[in-house]
Design a protein around this ligand. Sequence first.
Ligand code: GLP
Length: 259
Amino acid sequence: MSADSPPRLALTLLDDGKAVARHVARELLSHALAPKPSCLGLATGATMLPVYAALVEAARQLPEGQSRHLRRHWLSYNLDEYVGLGRTHPYSFAAYMHARLTEPLGLDPAALRLPDGLVPDPLAEAGRYAAEIRAAGGIGLQLLGLGVNGHVGFNEPPCDATSICRPVRLCAATRRHNAAAFAGDPAAVPEWAITLGLAEILAARRILVVVTGAAKADVLGRLLRRRPSPELPASWLQGHPAVEVVADRAALSREAGVA
Ligand code: GLP
């Protein structure tokens, strides 16, 4: 690597989204089945739907002792939540997690933590949430999706590596992208969210970035080629010692040199 070329992120390239989902689900499960598992950091979005489905499928095949372990020791913290949407709102990330993991895995709902989108003071809630994660020992394994504009969590560009958990205003492109989860209506997507910052994300011991589909080819190419900069918030991950990008061939289609 020359002095000018960006540091390489470890890349696991798999054939398709299904293979990616199975790979990531295995990693999550083996983390959760450790004798004393540290906290999981979880993400939402379309990318994680097959991941969580694969996790549920794998968990259903566990012997009873391991299922019990999973239920007893599960503690996860999500990256973000929309301001204004409560746990019972069908489009909240809390509802997403409940439907995809809590219910099918029979987990204690209190073991899947998210910022509270309904509090009157989102700034105070962001501080409280970050403090709760620190008090729980920090994140052991952080799962991340990748926004088409390079965001991780809801850290929209420009964003520094030192950003902390805080309320953020979502950009129009993100609201358009996420409209799919709001019956297709970008105006229904809340303008504000509470997100972990890059500081909390980079404090995780290990990070898995999941990138699938041709729509992510451009941003994945930039992530793999560009030096860290505020314009591509995910690029700060290059400074972390234990990041694995797990991608399918479609997402890597602009990176012939890498594949
Ligand atoms: C969303 C979420 C992220 C997610 C990312 C990618 O807006 N805040 O946590 O990982 O953007 O979303 P998708 O998987 O739908 O492309």
